[in-house]
Design a protein around this ligand. Structure first.
Ligand code: ZN
Length: 242
């Protein structure tokens, strides 16, 4: 089975459409690692598209959760807060209902799914091998997929120590030897200084992980963000992938 792994779409319709077009016919099912909404200008449109994908599975991200749980949004940084507040106002009842019923973690086909980390699914960022190491201690599956940092990464554990491998988009990464935490990066707001939309293809039969990047119409998303008067900083960062 080949799985399209997407994360952190953040209401960026043009990036999502580019990913689905680029990945077309190369996967059987889609797993989404949360943060469908927040930051971007198309929350309802993105939810509508993903929920109609065949064999679509989704877990909740911190932005998705914050909106439907009615939590105090001022705990987010000011620009994230502004975008979340805007999202809360435009989200349809149907979209709200969809976000409200998704779980924060899942185990499927011997793979753990969590937005942040298995230890703290909504909020923890796996940014280095120390944090990854603590996560491995609580993962019973061979594979764990996470998002949240918006940076593609590969961490592995051989039973003794945790390592990080270089991500490349040219050759499939072989997953056969160790336990892994894989982050596909962000569809809608990449932060690794590469503005291209990021996603991954997990092949459970061949035990490979293929990181992919695809160009999308950044300007179209930015134009819509301007129309919706979303924070300028959020608009500009899409051009630089940061
Ligand atoms: Zn995110």
């Amino acid at each position: 089975m080949k799985i399209l792994v997407i994360a952190d779409i953040h209401a960026n319709l043009h990036a999502l459409e580019a990913v689905l077009k680029d990945a077309k016919d190369t996967y059987d099912v889609t797993w989404c690692l949360g943060d469908l909404v927040g930051y971007g200008p198309y929350p309802n449109e993105c939810i509508q598209i993903v929920r109609e994908l065949p064999d679509f599975i989704c877990i909740s991200g911190n932005h998705d959760y914050a909106i439907v749980a009615n939590m105090d949004l001022s705990t987010f940084n000011p620009i994230a807060y502004q975008a979340l507040h805007w999202t809360q106002n435009v989200l349809t009842a149907e979209s709200n209902h969809f976000l409200a019923k998704i779980e924060s973690t899942m185990h499927i086909n011997s793979v753990t799914l969590a937005h942040g980390s298995p230890n703290n699914p909504l909020w923890e960022y796996i940014t280095d091998t120390n944090i990854a190491d603590q996560s491995f201690a609580n993962i019973r599956d061979k594979l764990c997929l996470v998002g949240h940092t918006h940076i593609p990464r590969i961490f592995s554990h051989d039973g003794i120590q945790c390592n990080e491998s270089t991500v490349n988009t040219t050759t499939p990464f072989n997953l056969s030897k160790r336990q892994y935490i894989l982050n596909p990066g962000s569809v809608g707001q990449p932060r690794d200084h590469n503005p291209l939309a990021a996603y991954g293809i997990l092949d459970l039969a061949k035990h490979t992980w293929q990181q992919r990047r695809v160009a999308y119409d950044i300007r179209a998303t930015q134009d819509q963000m301007m129309i919706e008067q979303l924070p300028e900083e959020l608009i500009i960062r899409l051009s630089f992938g940061m």
